[in-house]
Design a protein around this ligand. Structure first.
Ligand SMILES: [Zn+2]
Length: 154
Protein backbone atom coordinates (compact mmCIF):
# COMPACT_ATOMS: atom_id res chain seq x y z
CA UNK A 1 0.00 0.00 0.00
CA UNK A 2 1.41 3.32 -1.04
CA UNK A 3 -0.24 6.66 -0.51
CA UNK A 4 0.86 9.34 -2.94
CA UNK A 5 0.90 13.02 -2.14
CA UNK A 6 -2.07 14.91 -3.63
CA UNK A 7 -0.96 18.04 -5.45
CA UNK A 8 -3.04 21.15 -4.84
CA UNK A 9 -4.09 24.11 -6.98
CA UNK A 10 -1.27 26.49 -7.86
CA UNK A 11 1.11 23.71 -8.94
CA UNK A 12 1.92 23.90 -12.65
CA UNK A 13 1.48 20.16 -13.26
CA UNK A 14 -2.27 20.36 -12.63
CA UNK A 15 -2.52 22.67 -15.65
CA UNK A 16 -0.74 20.42 -18.13
CA UNK A 17 -2.32 18.01 -20.57
CA UNK A 18 -1.77 14.38 -19.59
CA UNK A 19 -0.27 11.97 -22.10
CA UNK A 20 -1.82 8.89 -23.70
CA UNK A 21 -0.82 5.59 -22.07
CA UNK A 22 0.81 3.57 -24.85
CA UNK A 23 1.53 0.51 -22.76
CA UNK A 24 -0.16 -0.62 -19.57
CA UNK A 25 3.02 -1.83 -17.93
CA UNK A 26 4.00 -2.47 -14.30
CA UNK A 27 4.67 1.21 -13.76
CA UNK A 28 1.13 2.16 -14.82
CA UNK A 29 -0.38 -0.68 -12.77
CA UNK A 30 1.58 0.48 -9.73
CA UNK A 31 0.33 4.02 -10.33
CA UNK A 32 -3.26 2.73 -10.44
CA UNK A 33 -2.82 0.72 -7.22
CA UNK A 34 -1.30 3.72 -5.46
CA UNK A 35 -4.12 5.96 -6.72
CA UNK A 36 -6.69 3.53 -5.28
CA UNK A 37 -4.93 3.60 -1.91
CA UNK A 38 -4.63 7.37 -2.04
CA UNK A 39 -8.32 7.85 -2.88
CA UNK A 40 -9.43 5.48 -0.10
CA UNK A 41 -7.13 7.25 2.34
CA UNK A 42 -8.63 10.64 1.41
CA UNK A 43 -11.85 9.58 3.12
CA UNK A 44 -14.29 11.80 1.24
CA UNK A 45 -12.93 11.72 -2.33
CA UNK A 46 -14.97 10.01 -5.06
CA UNK A 47 -12.44 10.30 -7.87
CA UNK A 48 -8.76 10.86 -8.51
CA UNK A 49 -6.82 11.59 -11.69
CA UNK A 50 -3.14 10.78 -12.29
CA UNK A 51 -2.05 14.46 -12.61
CA UNK A 52 -3.27 15.00 -9.03
CA UNK A 53 -0.49 12.67 -7.86
CA UNK A 54 2.03 14.24 -10.23
CA UNK A 55 1.81 11.80 -13.14
CA UNK A 56 0.87 13.26 -16.52
CA UNK A 57 -0.84 10.11 -17.75
CA UNK A 58 -4.39 9.71 -19.05
CA UNK A 59 -5.63 7.67 -16.11
CA UNK A 60 -8.32 8.30 -13.54
CA UNK A 61 -10.33 6.30 -11.04
CA UNK A 62 -13.86 6.74 -9.71
CA UNK A 63 -15.40 5.26 -6.58
CA UNK A 64 -18.80 6.54 -5.53
CA UNK A 65 -18.75 4.04 -2.68
CA UNK A 66 -21.71 2.22 -4.20
CA UNK A 67 -22.17 -1.30 -5.57
CA UNK A 68 -20.07 -0.47 -8.66
CA UNK A 69 -16.98 -0.11 -6.49
CA UNK A 70 -13.76 1.30 -7.89
CA UNK A 71 -13.57 1.83 -11.66
CA UNK A 72 -10.31 2.48 -13.52
CA UNK A 73 -10.31 4.50 -16.76
CA UNK A 74 -7.19 4.47 -18.92
CA UNK A 75 -7.08 6.63 -22.09
CA UNK A 76 -10.72 7.67 -21.56
CA UNK A 77 -12.79 9.51 -24.11
CA UNK A 78 -16.23 10.97 -23.50
CA UNK A 79 -17.96 9.98 -26.71
CA UNK A 80 -21.48 11.31 -26.08
CA UNK A 81 -23.23 13.73 -23.77
CA UNK A 82 -26.88 14.58 -23.21
CA UNK A 83 -28.72 17.24 -21.24
CA UNK A 84 -27.49 19.48 -18.45
CA UNK A 85 -27.24 19.30 -14.67
CA UNK A 86 -25.88 21.88 -12.23
CA UNK A 87 -24.59 20.96 -8.81
CA UNK A 88 -21.88 21.59 -6.23
CA UNK A 89 -18.41 20.14 -6.76
CA UNK A 90 -15.27 19.92 -4.74
CA UNK A 91 -11.82 18.51 -5.43
CA UNK A 92 -9.02 16.93 -3.41
CA UNK A 93 -6.68 19.34 -5.21
CA UNK A 94 -8.79 22.37 -4.23
CA UNK A 95 -9.21 21.72 -0.51
CA UNK A 96 -11.90 23.51 1.45
CA UNK A 97 -13.71 24.94 -1.58
CA UNK A 98 -16.97 24.17 -3.33
CA UNK A 99 -18.94 25.68 -6.17
CA UNK A 100 -21.72 24.98 -8.63
CA UNK A 101 -20.70 23.56 -11.99
CA UNK A 102 -22.74 22.81 -15.09
CA UNK A 103 -22.21 19.30 -16.49
CA UNK A 104 -23.99 16.98 -18.90
CA UNK A 105 -26.88 15.06 -17.34
CA UNK A 106 -25.73 11.87 -19.05
CA UNK A 107 -22.51 10.80 -20.68
CA UNK A 108 -21.06 7.86 -22.51
CA UNK A 109 -17.40 7.10 -22.01
CA UNK A 110 -14.99 4.74 -23.72
CA UNK A 111 -11.77 3.73 -21.98
CA UNK A 112 -9.39 0.87 -21.31
CA UNK A 113 -9.29 -1.10 -18.09
CA UNK A 114 -6.18 -2.33 -16.29
CA UNK A 115 -5.95 -5.31 -18.66
CA UNK A 116 -6.00 -3.02 -21.68
CA UNK A 117 -9.50 -4.05 -22.70
CA UNK A 118 -11.76 -1.34 -24.11
CA UNK A 119 -15.12 -0.80 -22.46
CA UNK A 120 -17.97 1.65 -22.78
CA UNK A 121 -20.08 2.94 -19.93
CA UNK A 122 -23.11 5.16 -19.71
CA UNK A 123 -23.40 7.29 -16.60
CA UNK A 124 -25.78 9.86 -15.22
CA UNK A 125 -26.31 12.03 -12.14
CA UNK A 126 -23.33 12.20 -9.77
CA UNK A 127 -21.41 9.50 -11.61
CA UNK A 128 -21.53 11.55 -14.83
CA UNK A 129 -20.38 14.63 -12.90
CA UNK A 130 -17.49 12.74 -11.35
CA UNK A 131 -16.33 11.26 -14.66
CA UNK A 132 -16.45 14.68 -16.37
CA UNK A 133 -14.57 16.25 -13.44
CA UNK A 134 -11.82 13.61 -13.53
CA UNK A 135 -11.59 13.76 -17.32
CA UNK A 136 -11.07 17.53 -17.04
CA UNK A 137 -8.01 16.88 -14.87
CA UNK A 138 -6.39 15.07 -17.84
CA UNK A 139 -6.72 18.30 -19.82
CA UNK A 140 -5.43 20.65 -17.13
CA UNK A 141 -8.89 21.92 -16.22
CA UNK A 142 -9.91 22.35 -12.57
CA UNK A 143 -13.52 22.72 -11.44
CA UNK A 144 -13.10 26.38 -10.33
CA UNK A 145 -12.51 27.16 -14.03
CA UNK A 146 -16.10 26.11 -14.67
CA UNK A 147 -17.78 27.43 -11.53
CA UNK A 148 -20.78 29.68 -11.94
CA UNK A 149 -21.50 32.08 -9.11
CA UNK A 150 -18.18 31.85 -7.31
CA UNK A 151 -16.44 29.50 -4.90
CA UNK A 152 -17.50 29.10 -1.31
CA UNK A 153 -15.70 27.69 1.72
CA UNK A 154 -16.73 24.28 2.98
ZN1 LIG B 1 -10.63 17.07 -8.88
Amino acid sequence: MAIRNIITIGEEILRKKARHVDQIDDRILQLVEDMKDTLKESGNGIGLAAPQVGMLKRVFIVDLQDEKGMTVYINPEIIATEGVQIGPEGCLSVPGKSGDVERPAKIKIRAQNERGEYFEEEAEDLRAVCICHENDHLNGILFPDRVKGGLSDV
